[in-house]
Design a protein around this ligand. Sequence first.
Ligand code: FEO
Length: 398
Amino acid sequence: MEIAKNIKYIGVDDTDIDLFEGQYDVPEGISYNSYLIDDEKIAIMDTVDARKTNEWVEKLEAALNGRQPDYLIIHHMEPDHASNVKMILEKYPNCTGVCSQKAVAMVKRFFDVDFADRLQVVKEGETLSLGQHTLTFIMAPMVHWPEVMVSYESSEGILFAADGFGKFGALNHPNSEGMAADKLHGTVEGWACEARRYYFNIVGKYGQMVQNLLKKAAKLDIKVIAPLHGPVLNEDLGYYLGIYNTWSSYQPEDKGVFIAYCSLHGNTEEAALKLAELIKDNSDVKVSTSDLARDDMAEAIEDAFRYDRLVVAAPTYDGGVMPIMQDFLHHLSIKAYQNRTVGIIENGSWAPAAGKKMHEAFEQMKNINIIEPIVSVESTVKEKTVEDLKALATTLIG
Ligand code: FEO
């Protein structure tokens, strides 16, 4: 599978992983991408997760066809890509690892072997000629770890983008109905859903660093984006670059209201769903809801960032807010949630405290417009509650 002349895809799909990074549900699996540039000098572009070492080595050896690689380009040291760095450097004694300065210490930390004499450190703008192909290295710290770099192959215009432009989902998976027949290459249709969930949950905290990388990328003539997860992108690049600009600048992608709720006995849920109904009945504003205790948390985070308006609804619990809502708020906080309008619904039967706690959490975030007053449900939804929800719906509709 070539992504360009003499540049092969040698990545692998992981379709039986239960949780990526030990926490993210991946119903369509994930791919660990790796590439081989076959030139006067042969370069391997990253390795793969230890879960798929054997399958990857088979592909690598087939592509090498008995030859020895000259370089292993290490864009990112996270184990889903770098698990096999030690194995490759030991298996091919003439292969030089190429990485950023920060990656050198990480190689030692992960493998407890000092490969210093086997690693070639590259700096911003440095180039490596392989023959017909030349790589230019661009530092991309915190996209998504501090040692990350990307590289640009100038003869074909390929940006090897590390985690950037990655997405959840194996390239070939039985659940992946409707994907393009050529599953190596991505299409705009359907790409954003799992790319957005991946971006906000994994890279989302580092929007400014992604912005810095996008500014550098704008100076390059990019024809192909080759990420470390998900399909290779070789058409409609303006779409992907544009949506990454929106995401990394923390601007909403869509107009709409996302209602995230949790409920002990169904009463807070009733209030949340009543609000959704009131918005739908009185406007064409898009509404999405999530029961935080039952639905995927990573998807709730994705939707909170996707829309320009958010409503949180939770009961009081142990003098604070129900724990799953606390967890949601914590996720928003660490992912630098900002620039949104937020409505709050609390429930309490004797000493309501959830609203105050949720309010305090949003006060700590940047540029959040909190709709006042908080809607306070007293145990069950009553006529007065519906009136308060109507007022909240009217403000949200705008
Ligand atoms: Fe796909 Fe940050 O590793």
